[in-house]
Design a protein around this ligand. Structure first.
Ligand code: SF4
Length: 443
Protein backbone atom coordinates (compact mmCIF):
# COMPACT_ATOMS: atom_id res chain seq x y z
CA UNK A 1 0.00 0.00 0.00
CA UNK A 2 1.34 3.41 -0.98
CA UNK A 3 1.78 6.39 1.33
CA UNK A 4 -0.22 9.61 1.12
CA UNK A 5 2.82 11.20 -0.53
CA UNK A 6 3.19 8.47 -3.15
CA UNK A 7 -0.53 8.55 -3.95
CA UNK A 8 -0.55 12.36 -4.21
CA UNK A 9 2.36 12.17 -6.64
CA UNK A 10 0.34 9.88 -8.92
CA UNK A 11 -2.48 12.44 -8.92
CA UNK A 12 -4.73 10.49 -6.55
CA UNK A 13 -7.01 12.45 -4.25
CA UNK A 14 -7.25 10.17 -1.24
CA UNK A 15 -10.09 10.14 1.27
CA UNK A 16 -7.72 11.80 3.74
CA UNK A 17 -6.94 14.61 1.29
CA UNK A 18 -10.66 15.16 0.72
CA UNK A 19 -11.32 15.21 4.47
CA UNK A 20 -8.54 17.75 5.11
CA UNK A 21 -9.71 19.96 2.22
CA UNK A 22 -13.30 19.96 3.47
CA UNK A 23 -12.24 20.73 7.05
CA UNK A 24 -10.11 23.66 5.91
CA UNK A 25 -12.48 24.94 3.21
CA UNK A 26 -9.88 24.66 0.44
CA UNK A 27 -9.73 22.82 -2.85
CA UNK A 28 -8.69 19.15 -2.63
CA UNK A 29 -6.40 19.62 -5.62
CA UNK A 30 -4.49 22.30 -3.68
CA UNK A 31 -3.94 19.86 -0.79
CA UNK A 32 -2.85 17.15 -3.23
CA UNK A 33 -0.34 19.32 -5.07
CA UNK A 34 1.17 20.67 -1.84
CA UNK A 35 1.42 17.16 -0.47
CA UNK A 36 3.04 15.86 -3.67
CA UNK A 37 5.57 18.71 -3.51
CA UNK A 38 6.52 17.81 0.09
CA UNK A 39 5.24 21.13 1.43
CA UNK A 40 2.32 19.57 3.29
CA UNK A 41 1.86 16.36 5.23
CA UNK A 42 -1.10 14.37 6.50
CA UNK A 43 0.30 12.35 9.41
CA UNK A 44 -1.96 9.29 9.30
CA UNK A 45 -0.68 5.84 10.19
CA UNK A 46 -2.67 3.33 8.15
CA UNK A 47 -3.52 1.54 11.39
CA UNK A 48 -4.93 4.70 13.00
CA UNK A 49 -7.38 5.23 10.12
CA UNK A 50 -10.87 3.85 10.26
CA UNK A 51 -10.77 3.31 6.50
CA UNK A 52 -8.22 0.57 7.04
CA UNK A 53 -10.06 -2.72 7.68
CA UNK A 54 -7.16 -4.02 9.77
CA UNK A 55 -7.18 -0.96 12.05
CA UNK A 56 -7.07 -2.20 15.60
CA UNK A 57 -7.63 1.05 17.47
CA UNK A 58 -10.93 1.94 19.06
CA UNK A 59 -10.74 5.64 18.20
CA UNK A 60 -10.04 6.29 14.55
CA UNK A 61 -8.07 9.23 13.30
CA UNK A 62 -9.59 12.43 11.95
CA UNK A 63 -6.75 13.47 9.63
CA UNK A 64 -5.28 16.95 9.62
CA UNK A 65 -2.98 18.63 7.15
CA UNK A 66 0.19 20.46 8.18
CA UNK A 67 1.57 22.97 5.71
CA UNK A 68 1.65 26.64 4.76
CA UNK A 69 -1.43 26.34 2.54
CA UNK A 70 -3.55 25.49 5.58
CA UNK A 71 -4.25 26.89 9.04
CA UNK A 72 -1.38 26.77 11.53
CA UNK A 73 -1.67 23.70 13.73
CA UNK A 74 -0.90 23.23 17.44
CA UNK A 75 0.61 20.22 19.19
CA UNK A 76 0.39 19.40 22.91
CA UNK A 77 3.07 17.28 24.56
CA UNK A 78 2.00 14.99 27.36
CA UNK A 79 3.63 11.97 28.97
CA UNK A 80 4.86 10.44 32.17
CA UNK A 81 8.30 11.11 33.58
CA UNK A 82 10.71 8.67 35.18
CA UNK A 83 9.76 9.93 38.64
CA UNK A 84 6.07 10.74 38.13
CA UNK A 85 4.05 8.20 36.24
CA UNK A 86 0.27 7.79 36.05
CA UNK A 87 -1.61 6.75 32.91
CA UNK A 88 -4.82 8.22 34.32
CA UNK A 89 -3.16 11.62 34.78
CA UNK A 90 -1.86 11.56 31.20
CA UNK A 91 -5.30 10.62 29.84
CA UNK A 92 -6.73 13.57 31.78
CA UNK A 93 -4.09 15.88 30.27
CA UNK A 94 -4.74 14.58 26.75
CA UNK A 95 -8.46 15.15 27.17
CA UNK A 96 -7.79 18.68 28.47
CA UNK A 97 -5.57 19.37 25.45
CA UNK A 98 -8.13 18.06 22.96
CA UNK A 99 -10.96 20.00 24.64
CA UNK A 100 -8.87 23.19 24.37
CA UNK A 101 -8.38 22.59 20.63
CA UNK A 102 -5.02 20.83 20.24
CA UNK A 103 -4.62 19.54 16.68
CA UNK A 104 -2.13 16.82 17.61
CA UNK A 105 -0.79 15.03 20.68
CA UNK A 106 2.73 13.83 21.39
CA UNK A 107 3.34 11.20 24.05
CA UNK A 108 6.78 11.89 25.49
CA UNK A 109 6.47 9.33 28.29
CA UNK A 110 9.62 8.06 29.91
CA UNK A 111 7.98 6.45 32.96
CA UNK A 112 6.96 2.85 33.51
CA UNK A 113 4.93 0.63 31.11
CA UNK A 114 5.53 2.68 27.98
CA UNK A 115 3.72 0.28 25.60
CA UNK A 116 0.60 0.21 27.75
CA UNK A 117 0.62 3.99 28.31
CA UNK A 118 0.87 4.57 24.55
CA UNK A 119 -1.83 2.00 23.80
CA UNK A 120 -4.25 3.59 26.25
CA UNK A 121 -3.63 7.10 24.97
CA UNK A 122 -3.79 6.13 21.30
CA UNK A 123 -7.03 4.26 21.84
CA UNK A 124 -8.63 7.55 22.91
CA UNK A 125 -6.89 9.90 20.49
CA UNK A 126 -8.75 11.12 17.38
CA UNK A 127 -5.92 13.45 16.32
CA UNK A 128 -2.47 12.64 14.92
CA UNK A 129 -0.39 11.05 17.66
CA UNK A 130 3.39 11.36 17.80
CA UNK A 131 6.20 9.84 19.86
CA UNK A 132 9.97 9.96 20.23
CA UNK A 133 10.88 6.25 19.90
CA UNK A 134 14.46 6.73 21.14
CA UNK A 135 13.03 7.29 24.64
CA UNK A 136 11.74 3.73 24.72
CA UNK A 137 14.97 2.42 23.18
CA UNK A 138 16.83 3.80 26.19
CA UNK A 139 14.24 2.89 28.84
CA UNK A 140 15.52 0.15 31.12
CA UNK A 141 19.05 0.04 29.70
CA UNK A 142 22.19 2.15 29.70
CA UNK A 143 22.46 4.38 26.64
CA UNK A 144 25.83 2.81 25.78
CA UNK A 145 24.11 -0.58 25.37
CA UNK A 146 21.65 0.32 22.63
CA UNK A 147 22.23 -1.15 19.20
CA UNK A 148 20.65 -1.09 15.76
CA UNK A 149 18.50 -4.17 16.38
CA UNK A 150 16.86 -2.64 19.48
CA UNK A 151 16.23 0.65 17.69
CA UNK A 152 14.56 -0.96 14.68
CA UNK A 153 12.50 -3.29 16.86
CA UNK A 154 11.09 -0.42 18.98
CA UNK A 155 10.35 1.76 15.97
CA UNK A 156 8.47 -1.02 14.23
CA UNK A 157 6.59 -1.87 17.44
CA UNK A 158 5.37 1.71 17.81
CA UNK A 159 4.45 1.93 14.10
CA UNK A 160 2.36 -1.23 14.52
CA UNK A 161 0.52 0.40 17.42
CA UNK A 162 -0.69 3.17 15.10
CA UNK A 163 1.59 6.13 15.95
CA UNK A 164 1.23 8.77 13.22
CA UNK A 165 4.56 10.63 13.46
CA UNK A 166 7.95 9.94 14.96
CA UNK A 167 10.55 12.41 16.13
CA UNK A 168 13.78 10.95 14.77
CA UNK A 169 17.00 12.70 15.81
CA UNK A 170 18.97 11.53 12.79
CA UNK A 171 20.55 14.93 12.08
CA UNK A 172 22.85 15.07 15.13
CA UNK A 173 26.18 13.96 13.74
CA UNK A 174 29.46 13.11 15.49
CA UNK A 175 31.20 15.97 13.71
CA UNK A 176 28.65 18.48 15.08
CA UNK A 177 29.60 17.87 18.70
CA UNK A 178 32.77 19.97 18.60
CA UNK A 179 30.60 22.95 17.57
CA UNK A 180 28.92 22.92 20.99
CA UNK A 181 31.92 24.13 22.99
CA UNK A 182 30.83 27.76 23.23
CA UNK A 183 27.26 26.96 24.24
CA UNK A 184 25.81 27.96 27.58
CA UNK A 185 22.99 25.42 27.68
CA UNK A 186 24.68 22.65 25.65
CA UNK A 187 22.26 20.04 24.29
CA UNK A 188 18.78 20.47 25.77
CA UNK A 189 17.02 17.88 23.63
CA UNK A 190 16.72 14.63 25.59
CA UNK A 191 17.11 12.54 22.42
CA UNK A 192 19.99 14.70 21.19
CA UNK A 193 21.87 14.46 24.50
CA UNK A 194 21.49 10.67 24.76
CA UNK A 195 22.62 10.11 21.17
CA UNK A 196 25.62 12.42 21.69
CA UNK A 197 26.60 10.39 24.74
CA UNK A 198 26.36 7.16 22.67
CA UNK A 199 28.47 8.62 19.85
CA UNK A 200 31.19 9.78 22.24
CA UNK A 201 31.27 6.44 24.08
CA UNK A 202 31.48 4.32 20.93
CA UNK A 203 33.28 6.88 18.78
CA UNK A 204 30.80 6.07 16.02
CA UNK A 205 28.27 7.94 13.91
CA UNK A 206 24.65 8.46 15.06
CA UNK A 207 22.92 5.10 14.49
CA UNK A 208 19.70 6.82 13.38
CA UNK A 209 21.68 8.53 10.61
CA UNK A 210 23.48 5.32 9.64
CA UNK A 211 20.22 3.33 9.51
CA UNK A 212 18.15 6.03 7.86
CA UNK A 213 17.27 3.87 4.83
CA UNK A 214 15.96 1.12 7.12
CA UNK A 215 13.91 3.67 9.07
CA UNK A 216 12.41 4.98 5.82
CA UNK A 217 11.36 1.42 4.97
CA UNK A 218 9.44 0.99 8.25
CA UNK A 219 7.88 4.46 8.20
CA UNK A 220 6.76 4.08 4.58
CA UNK A 221 5.16 0.70 5.27
CA UNK A 222 2.77 2.19 7.85
CA UNK A 223 2.83 5.75 6.46
CA UNK A 224 4.23 7.15 9.69
CA UNK A 225 5.49 10.70 9.03
CA UNK A 226 9.01 11.73 9.92
CA UNK A 227 9.34 14.63 12.31
CA UNK A 228 13.07 15.14 11.86
CA UNK A 229 14.20 16.10 15.35
CA UNK A 230 16.39 19.06 16.22
CA UNK A 231 18.65 17.40 18.74
CA UNK A 232 20.93 20.44 18.74
CA UNK A 233 18.26 23.10 19.12
CA UNK A 234 19.38 26.09 21.20
CA UNK A 235 18.23 25.90 24.81
CA UNK A 236 18.80 29.56 25.61
CA UNK A 237 18.75 32.91 23.84
CA UNK A 238 22.56 33.18 23.88
CA UNK A 239 22.91 29.89 21.95
CA UNK A 240 20.38 30.73 19.22
CA UNK A 241 21.25 30.32 15.53
CA UNK A 242 24.76 29.06 16.28
CA UNK A 243 26.96 26.86 14.10
CA UNK A 244 25.78 23.61 15.70
CA UNK A 245 22.10 24.43 15.08
CA UNK A 246 22.70 25.36 11.44
CA UNK A 247 24.98 22.37 10.79
CA UNK A 248 22.27 20.02 12.03
CA UNK A 249 19.65 21.83 9.94
CA UNK A 250 21.73 21.21 6.80
CA UNK A 251 21.80 17.50 7.59
CA UNK A 252 18.03 17.58 8.15
CA UNK A 253 17.65 19.14 4.69
CA UNK A 254 19.53 16.20 3.12
CA UNK A 255 17.50 13.67 5.12
CA UNK A 256 14.24 15.39 4.13
CA UNK A 257 14.93 14.74 0.47
CA UNK A 258 16.16 11.22 1.08
CA UNK A 259 13.01 10.27 3.02
CA UNK A 260 10.70 11.91 0.50
CA UNK A 261 12.37 10.00 -2.33
CA UNK A 262 11.50 6.82 -0.45
CA UNK A 263 7.85 7.85 -0.22
CA UNK A 264 7.88 9.13 3.38
CA UNK A 265 6.11 12.26 4.52
CA UNK A 266 8.44 14.66 6.33
CA UNK A 267 8.27 17.66 8.60
CA UNK A 268 11.27 19.21 10.30
CA UNK A 269 11.56 20.28 13.94
CA UNK A 270 13.02 23.61 14.98
CA UNK A 271 13.94 25.71 17.97
CA UNK A 272 13.55 26.35 20.79
CA UNK A 273 14.88 29.61 22.25
CA UNK A 274 15.25 32.39 19.64
CA UNK A 275 15.35 36.17 20.16
CA UNK A 276 12.47 37.82 18.34
CA UNK A 277 14.71 39.49 15.72
CA UNK A 278 16.16 36.12 14.62
CA UNK A 279 12.84 34.35 14.07
CA UNK A 280 12.31 35.49 10.48
CA UNK A 281 15.80 34.33 9.48
CA UNK A 282 15.32 30.98 11.21
CA UNK A 283 12.05 30.33 9.40
CA UNK A 284 13.35 31.37 6.00
CA UNK A 285 16.57 29.38 6.20
CA UNK A 286 14.67 26.23 7.22
CA UNK A 287 12.30 26.59 4.28
CA UNK A 288 15.26 27.01 1.94
CA UNK A 289 17.47 24.22 3.31
CA UNK A 290 14.61 21.75 3.80
CA UNK A 291 12.96 22.42 0.42
CA UNK A 292 9.70 23.79 1.84
CA UNK A 293 9.01 20.83 4.15
CA UNK A 294 6.63 21.88 6.97
CA UNK A 295 8.45 23.42 9.93
CA UNK A 296 7.40 22.29 13.41
CA UNK A 297 8.72 24.63 16.10
CA UNK A 298 8.87 24.38 19.87
CA UNK A 299 7.63 27.82 20.83
CA UNK A 300 9.93 29.51 20.03
CA UNK A 301 10.55 31.08 23.41
CA UNK A 302 11.75 34.69 22.94
CA UNK A 303 13.25 35.35 26.39
CA UNK A 304 14.74 33.10 29.07
CA UNK A 305 13.76 35.15 32.12
CA UNK A 306 10.09 34.27 32.56
CA UNK A 307 9.80 30.78 34.08
CA UNK A 308 6.17 30.37 35.09
CA UNK A 309 5.07 32.35 32.02
CA UNK A 310 6.64 30.45 29.15
CA UNK A 311 3.22 29.89 27.56
CA UNK A 312 3.42 33.67 26.94
CA UNK A 313 7.07 33.86 25.86
CA UNK A 314 6.40 31.01 23.41
CA UNK A 315 3.15 32.49 22.10
CA UNK A 316 4.99 35.71 21.22
CA UNK A 317 7.56 33.68 19.30
CA UNK A 318 4.94 31.33 17.89
CA UNK A 319 3.04 34.10 16.13
CA UNK A 320 6.20 35.40 14.48
CA UNK A 321 7.30 31.87 13.54
CA UNK A 322 3.94 31.00 12.00
CA UNK A 323 3.86 34.32 10.17
CA UNK A 324 7.32 33.84 8.64
CA UNK A 325 7.28 30.14 7.78
CA UNK A 326 6.31 27.59 10.45
CA UNK A 327 3.24 25.40 9.94
CA UNK A 328 3.05 23.63 13.27
CA UNK A 329 3.53 25.06 16.78
CA UNK A 330 4.37 22.88 19.72
CA UNK A 331 2.79 24.43 22.77
CA UNK A 332 4.77 25.38 25.86
CA UNK A 333 3.08 25.27 29.26
CA UNK A 334 3.55 27.76 32.12
CA UNK A 335 5.42 24.99 33.98
CA UNK A 336 8.10 24.62 31.27
CA UNK A 337 11.60 24.47 32.81
CA UNK A 338 9.98 23.98 36.25
CA UNK A 339 8.27 20.60 36.35
CA UNK A 340 5.85 18.13 34.76
CA UNK A 341 2.69 20.04 33.76
CA UNK A 342 -0.74 19.21 35.16
CA UNK A 343 -4.01 19.23 33.23
CA UNK A 344 -4.62 22.93 33.83
CA UNK A 345 -1.09 23.82 32.64
CA UNK A 346 -1.82 21.79 29.51
CA UNK A 347 -5.11 23.61 28.90
CA UNK A 348 -3.52 27.05 29.33
CA UNK A 349 -0.58 26.07 27.11
CA UNK A 350 -2.86 24.91 24.29
CA UNK A 351 -4.96 28.09 24.45
CA UNK A 352 -1.83 30.27 24.32
CA UNK A 353 -0.52 28.39 21.28
CA UNK A 354 -3.94 28.55 19.58
CA UNK A 355 -3.94 32.32 20.04
CA UNK A 356 -0.44 32.51 18.54
CA UNK A 357 -1.42 30.34 15.57
CA UNK A 358 -4.64 32.24 14.88
CA UNK A 359 -2.96 35.66 15.14
CA UNK A 360 -0.45 34.53 12.50
CA UNK A 361 -3.21 33.13 10.26
CA UNK A 362 -4.98 36.52 10.34
CA UNK A 363 -1.76 38.34 9.49
CA UNK A 364 -0.97 36.10 6.53
CA UNK A 365 -4.49 36.58 5.18
CA UNK A 366 -5.57 32.98 5.45
CA UNK A 367 -9.09 32.40 4.18
CA UNK A 368 -11.67 32.55 6.98
CA UNK A 369 -9.26 33.59 9.76
CA UNK A 370 -10.20 37.28 10.10
CA UNK A 371 -13.89 36.43 9.60
CA UNK A 372 -13.93 34.76 13.02
CA UNK A 373 -12.71 37.99 14.59
CA UNK A 374 -15.24 40.02 12.67
CA UNK A 375 -18.07 37.80 13.81
CA UNK A 376 -17.06 38.16 17.47
CA UNK A 377 -16.57 41.92 17.07
CA UNK A 378 -20.09 42.33 15.68
CA UNK A 379 -21.46 40.48 18.71
CA UNK A 380 -19.32 42.63 21.04
CA UNK A 381 -20.49 45.85 19.39
CA UNK A 382 -24.10 44.72 19.72
CA UNK A 383 -23.61 43.79 23.40
CA UNK A 384 -24.64 40.29 22.38
CA UNK A 385 -22.91 38.61 25.32
CA UNK A 386 -24.07 35.11 24.44
CA UNK A 387 -22.41 35.11 21.01
CA UNK A 388 -19.45 37.17 22.26
CA UNK A 389 -18.57 34.55 24.88
CA UNK A 390 -19.52 31.47 22.86
CA UNK A 391 -17.34 32.38 19.87
CA UNK A 392 -14.24 33.16 21.92
CA UNK A 393 -11.24 30.82 21.83
CA UNK A 394 -11.84 29.76 25.43
CA UNK A 395 -15.58 30.24 26.09
CA UNK A 396 -15.49 28.67 29.55
CA UNK A 397 -12.86 31.08 30.86
CA UNK A 398 -14.50 34.09 29.19
CA UNK A 399 -17.90 33.24 30.65
CA UNK A 400 -16.49 32.49 34.12
CA UNK A 401 -14.64 35.81 34.23
CA UNK A 402 -17.67 37.77 33.09
CA UNK A 403 -19.99 36.12 35.60
CA UNK A 404 -17.48 36.56 38.45
CA UNK A 405 -17.25 40.27 37.67
CA UNK A 406 -21.04 40.57 37.51
CA UNK A 407 -21.31 38.97 40.93
CA UNK A 408 -18.97 41.53 42.53
CA UNK A 409 -21.45 44.33 41.81
CA UNK A 410 -24.93 43.10 41.00
CA UNK A 411 -25.49 44.06 37.39
CA UNK A 412 -28.23 42.92 35.10
CA UNK A 413 -27.95 39.27 34.31
CA UNK A 414 -26.72 37.91 31.01
CA UNK A 415 -27.66 38.09 28.21
CA UNK A 416 -29.60 41.31 28.58
CA UNK A 417 -26.92 43.45 30.32
CA UNK A 418 -25.98 46.48 28.20
CA UNK A 419 -22.72 47.19 30.05
CA UNK A 420 -20.27 45.40 32.33
CA UNK A 421 -18.39 46.16 35.54
CA UNK A 422 -15.35 47.50 33.69
CA UNK A 423 -16.77 50.98 33.01
CA UNK A 424 -20.33 50.88 34.35
CA UNK A 425 -23.50 51.73 32.44
CA UNK A 426 -23.08 55.49 32.11
CA UNK A 427 -19.50 55.14 30.86
CA UNK A 428 -20.09 52.17 28.54
CA UNK A 429 -18.89 53.39 25.14
CA UNK A 430 -20.18 50.26 23.44
CA UNK A 431 -23.70 50.97 24.72
CA UNK A 432 -23.41 54.67 23.81
CA UNK A 433 -22.20 53.74 20.31
CA UNK A 434 -25.13 51.40 19.92
CA UNK A 435 -27.47 54.24 20.86
CA UNK A 436 -25.72 56.61 18.42
CA UNK A 437 -26.07 54.09 15.59
CA UNK A 438 -29.75 53.59 16.32
CA UNK A 439 -30.39 57.35 16.55
CA UNK A 440 -28.64 57.93 13.22
CA UNK A 441 -30.59 55.11 11.61
CA UNK A 442 -33.89 56.65 12.81
CA UNK A 443 -32.89 60.04 11.42
S1 SF4 B 1 -18.69 48.69 30.24
FE1 SF4 B 1 -16.75 49.14 29.22
S2 SF4 B 1 -15.73 47.12 29.01
FE2 SF4 B 1 -17.88 46.73 29.54
S3 SF4 B 1 -18.88 46.45 27.56
FE3 SF4 B 1 -19.08 48.62 28.05
S4 SF4 B 1 -17.31 49.59 27.11
FE4 SF4 B 1 -16.90 47.39 27.12
Amino acid sequence: MATQLQLAKTGTITGEITFVAETEGVDAELVRTELAAGRLIIPANKLHLKTNPSASLRTSLKPIGIGRALTTKVNANIGTSSIRSSVEAEIEKMEAALAAGADAIMDLSTGANLDDTREQLLARCPTPFGTVPIYQVIEGRDVEDIDNKIILEIIERQAKQGVDFFTIHAGVLKEHLSLLEKRIAGIVSRGGALLAKWMLYHNKQNPLYEMFDDLCGILAEYDVSFSLGDGLRPGCIADATDDAQIAELKTLGELTQKAQQKGCQVMVEGPGHIPFDQIQYNMEIQQKICHGAPFYVLGPVVTDIAPGYDHITSAIGGTAAAFYGASFLCYVTPREHLGLPNADDVRVGVIAAKIAAHAADIARGLKGAAEKDKSLSVARANLDWKTHLAESLDPQTAERMHIEACEQIPVEKLPSADYCTMCGRNWCSVRINKEIREAMKNK
